[in-house]
Design a protein around this ligand. Structure first.
Ligand SMILES: Nc1ncnc2c1ncn2[C@@H]1O[C@H](COP(=O)(O)OP(=O)(O)OP(=O)(O)O)[C@@H](O)[C@H]1O
Ligand SMILES: [Mg+2]
Length: 726
């Protein structure tokens, strides 16, 4: 393959990184400077030019989706010239790679072959049960906090016996809870997210031969979004690299947004200290955003003190100013965004190029409703993900139980769904047995029946349940996955149960269950899952990838997601909503030092997702969690350079001067031609006759304040309000 073709479309600095001699490198650069592109080209370079076998390369990405994209791009780059396959390369998230290792070496990792992944909701459920069983007071030891404690310790590589209790009673209890929880997981062959990483780390520590074989194999390791690695991930990479492995990490300290989950920006510095002759390469040109967007991002982040320091520039035009929309309330905000999306479409833009970002998932609902009303299809990344919906989790629990009878979390979920007259009391008896005899709920059921521990009717109900699961397993054992799923949904009683649920909700649930069957039909087993049964592979897929991609991924639609899940992505048209003090930055972050800077980095991530046009919105009054509150605009809005923004104000007579770029002026003028002036008399469909008393904004952002006869004074968006000039 021709060297120049691999380096085409790269600037000098990027080329330096892509074509660097084998070694340890840190590519440190701001958003949109081509870090991910460099990583992709580097891998192609290693294979095509350095002649390194693709099986020796491991690339760690931040999401499974990013992994799939990277694999595809490398394949495309290489395929232009050779038929080289990249089948043997490992590309994935830390979790998926660690999980793959555990599947291959389950016995050495001390796990049963059919171990299952416990997602955060299952974890919480299990924790609640255990705390109750061991008579812990929920107030003193909330289940959520217990999960948080344990996950944190695991992220730091700590097992119960390694934690210093500092002779503090409370700490001793947390350690004991950790132990109880771990025992329960081990008994049932359950592995939570943090455990996946810790086990994989311990596997390497405890089995030097296994470690050596992987060290020999993966001597080229590449990590994207390195600023968000936590302690255990760092330690794992270091262990795997050993003395001879070569590691290239790319990252941006200004985009570290997972400190609250244990990520350590310090890992960047640690890398430079720990890895021999590690060299830093900086990229400075941004290829993603317009001048106004980039300048806004640069200016905002300069308010942070703890930075490694980088400046980005772009050869792109200034572009449109960054829009700031001041909404009356959250409904107005949502309406504004949906109307702007319509305008974008009218101007020839694509739906899938629009993204709506928010600080927390709970903010999505109002937005969703506005989009539905406006007939704009949308998809939510994260949030209420397909695989997290109640009916889907129920169906998956049946499948899990069929796959592994000792999956206590699944057992608990479906034992009385649909109702079988098996109540809390019966369950308590079973739970008691699990504790006394160190067995699983499934085993406890057999014991309870055999030992006549239950009333006749309950025993019969339990026996029926056991028979149901066994027969579902037996009858579907030869079926392809989709038929098996369909059969289980229909014959477990789930389908009938949700059919009886009245109204739209029930309908949606049925649709979702049907969508699950389509999901299994479309499911292609990834190569790393070769050894697994289709069912195990699918269940793993469901727990690992929950929500990264929702159902019907082919339909063009607006993307909605939290700012956190937007990391690494880019969209031509971006809206960030709820940019208000208390929401973004969040209240919590105002109390803890350091957290505010992390919020600002999150704002930096959000702003730098936009390629062409960005709008930030805030609402003066917002109903959230059932409470109506008055809000002031976020400090982050005030930190943007005035010359780059254009505000559509809520009240007052002052309108900020528009950006005087050629585009901006032209638009203002053309708007003035069919102009709105105060004093203009109008008629509105609903409010009747009125007089314009205030005009704000320009172009499609024009808002009119109108005094309607007998209807009061209202603000309307000029081009949407269907006003007739009189
Ligand atoms: N040399 C280049 N010429 C043209 N376009 C480029 C170049 N380098 C990168 N790009 C484009 O710029 C955009 C940003 O690149 P990329 O996503 O790799 O940046 P990044 O540094 O990884 O960003 P982030 O920090 O947000 O993850 C992409 O659309 C990419 O294709
Ligand atoms: Mg990137």
């Amino acid at each position: 393959m021709d060297i120049s073709e691999l380096l085409d479309g790269l600037n000098d600095k990027q080329r330096e990184a892509v074509a660097a001699p084998l070694g340890n490198y840190l590519v440190l650069a701001g958003a949109g400077s081509g870090k991910t592109r460099v990583l992709t080209h580097r891998i192609a370079w290693l294979i095509a030019i350095e002649g390194i076998s693709e099986g020796s390369i491991m690339a760690v990405t931040f999401t499974n989706k990013a992994a799939a994209e990277m694999r595809q791009r490398i394949q495309a780059t290489l395929a232009q010239h050779s038929q080289q396959s990249i089948f043997g390369m490992w590309v994935g998230t830390f979790h998926s790679i660690a999980h793959r290792l555990l599947r291959s070496h389950y016995a050495d990792a001390g796990l049963p072959q059919d171990f299952q992944i416990l997602d955060s909701e299952d974890q919480l459920r299990l924790m609640k049960r255990l705390l109750k069983l061991h008579n812990y007071d929920e107030k003193m030891f909330p289940a959520k906090q217990a999960c948080w404690y344990i996950n944190n310790k695991k992220d730091d590589g700590l097992r119960p016996h390694m934690i210093d209790d500092m002779n503090v009673r409370q700490e001793k209890e947390w350690i004991r809870i950790y132990q109880i929880y771990q025992d329960a997981c081990d008994r049932s062959g359950l592995v939570d997210f943090a455990e996946i990483l810790l086990r994989a780390y311990e596997l390497f520590l405890k089995k030097p031969l296994i470690l050596q074989s992987y060290q020999r194999r993966f001597h080229q390791i590449l990590v994207d979004e390195f600023q968000d690695t936590n302690n255990i991930q760092y330690a794992w990479i270091k262990l795997l690299a050993g003395e001879t492995g070569k590691v290239m990490i790319v990252g941006d300290d200004d985009q570290s947004i997972y400190g609250w989950r244990g990520a350590q920006i310090e890992n960047i510095q640690r890398f430079l200290d720990d890895f021999a002759q590690a060299k830093t390469i900086r990229l400075e040109q941004n290829y993603r955003s317009t001048g106004n967007i980039l300048k806004s991002a640069n200016e905002l982040i300069s308010n942070n003190e703890n930075r490694l320091g980088k400046e980005l520039w772009t050869a792109d035009d200034e572009g449109d100013p960054v829009g700031i929309y001041a909404a009356f309330n959250e409904l107005d905000e949502a309406l504004f965004v949906s109307s702007q999306i319509k305008i974008w479409l009218e101007d020839g833009g694509k739906l899938e190029d629009c993204a709506i970002l928010y600080r927390s998932n709970s903010q999505s609902r109002v937005m969703e409703e506005a989009l539905i009303r406006a007939n704009i299809p949308y998809r939510i990344y994260g949030g209420m993900r397909f695989f997290e919906r109640q009916e889907i989790k129920d169906a998956l629990a049946y499948l899990r139980l069929i796959n592994n009878r000792h999956d206590d979390a699944a057992f608990e979920r479906v034992i009385n769904t649909p109702t079988r007259g098996i109540g809390e009391r019966t369950l308590d008896i079973l739970r008691q047995l699990t504790r006394e005899r160190q067995i699983t709920l499934w085993q406890a059921t057999q014991v309870a029946i055999q030992d006549n521990k239950l009333a006749g009717r309950t025993a019969t109900a339990l026996l029926r349940f056991v028979e149901l699961i066994n027969s579902l397993a037996q009858e579907t054992s030869e079926m392809p996955l989709f038929a098996q799923t369909d059969f289980v949904i229909k014959h477990s009683g789930l389908y009938q149960m949700y059919e009886q649920e009245k109204g739209e909700k029930g309908e949606v649930r049925i649709e979702n269950l049907e969508e699950l069957v389509s999901a299994t039909r479309e499911f292609i087993k990834p190569d790393e899952a070769e050894e697994m049964t289709d069912l195990t592979a699918f269940l793993t897929h469901a727990s690992l990838e929950a929500g990264e991609e929702q159902a019907s991924p082919h339909q063009a639609c607006v993307q909605m997601m939290t700012l956190h899940s937007a990391k690494g992505l880019e969209f031509p048209r971006v809206f960030i909503v709820g940019v208000e003090e208390g929401i973004f930055p969040s209240f919590l972050s105002l109390e803890e030092p350091g957290r505010l800077e992390e919020e600002r980095r999150l704002a930096y991530v959000g702003i730098t997702r936009a390629k062409k046009k960005l709008t930030l919105c805030y609402a003066e009054s917002r109903r959230l969690y059932g409470k109506e509150e008055r809000h002031i605009p976020s400090r982050f809005i005030n930190e943007l350079p005035e010359s780059c923004v254009q505000t559509v104000r809520l009240r007052g007579t002052v309108t900020r001067a528009y950006n005087q770029s050629a585009v901006g002026t032209a638009k203002v003028l053309s708007n003035n031609e069919n102009g709105w002036k105060t004093g203009q008399k109008v008629r509105h469909e609903k409010f009747g006759q009125g007089t314009v008393i205030n005009v704000e904004g320009a172009d499609n952002n024009t808002r009119l304040q109108i005094a309607f006869q007998g209807q009061g004074i209202k603000w309307l968006i000029a081009h949407l309000a269907k006003l007739e000039k009189l």
